[in-house]
Write a protein that binds this ligand. Structure first.
Ligand code: 5GP
Ligand code: ZN
Length: 115
């Protein structure tokens, strides 16, 4: 699937909903989370709409790797070598927006396991 007209992140990618975009690539886009959980909190999304990371990895593994590469570039551009890359995959683990996104979090101490 390339875009879903009802999807919030597809609308941000298209520019129909405002977003604080920090990266626009051929296949990935990154924008700041509206409710940041760390000094750096950016969402890296594929341009192609898939509902979650499992679906994206299955549909296009190379594109999925690009999400990781974009996450590294976004963190590095803001001066962070250390960052956490999280994919909530499914409502049962807290996914609320059903367009694949990796959360890039950095700039504060973090605990493990996550809550
Ligand atoms: P999830 O819970 O699905 O893993 O993450 C969804 C993320 O999207 C949340 O961290 C939430 O703050 C963020 N979010 C929800 N609505 C918007 C929005 O309109 N703009 C931006 N930039 N982020 C949003
Ligand atoms: Zn979408």
């Amino acid at each position: 699937m390339s875009a879903d007209p009802d999807c919030l992140f597809c609308k941000i990618i298209a520019g129909d909903v405002p977003g604080d975009v920090v990266h626009r690539g051929e296949r990935t886009v990154a924008f700041r989370d509206i409710n940041p959980q760390a000094p750096l909190h950016v969402l890296v999304v594929p341009r192609d709409h898939e509902p979650n990371a499992a679906a994206s990895a299955g549909a296009d593994a190379a594109m999925f790797a690009e999400i990781a590469t974009t996450a590294r570039a976004v963190a590095a551009a803001e001066g962070y070598d250390d960052y956490r890359l999280v994919f909530n995959t499914g409502a049962g683990v807290g996914q609320t927006v059903f367009h694949t996104h990796g959360h890039v979090l950095a700039g504060r101490a973090m605990t493990w396991p996550p809550g």
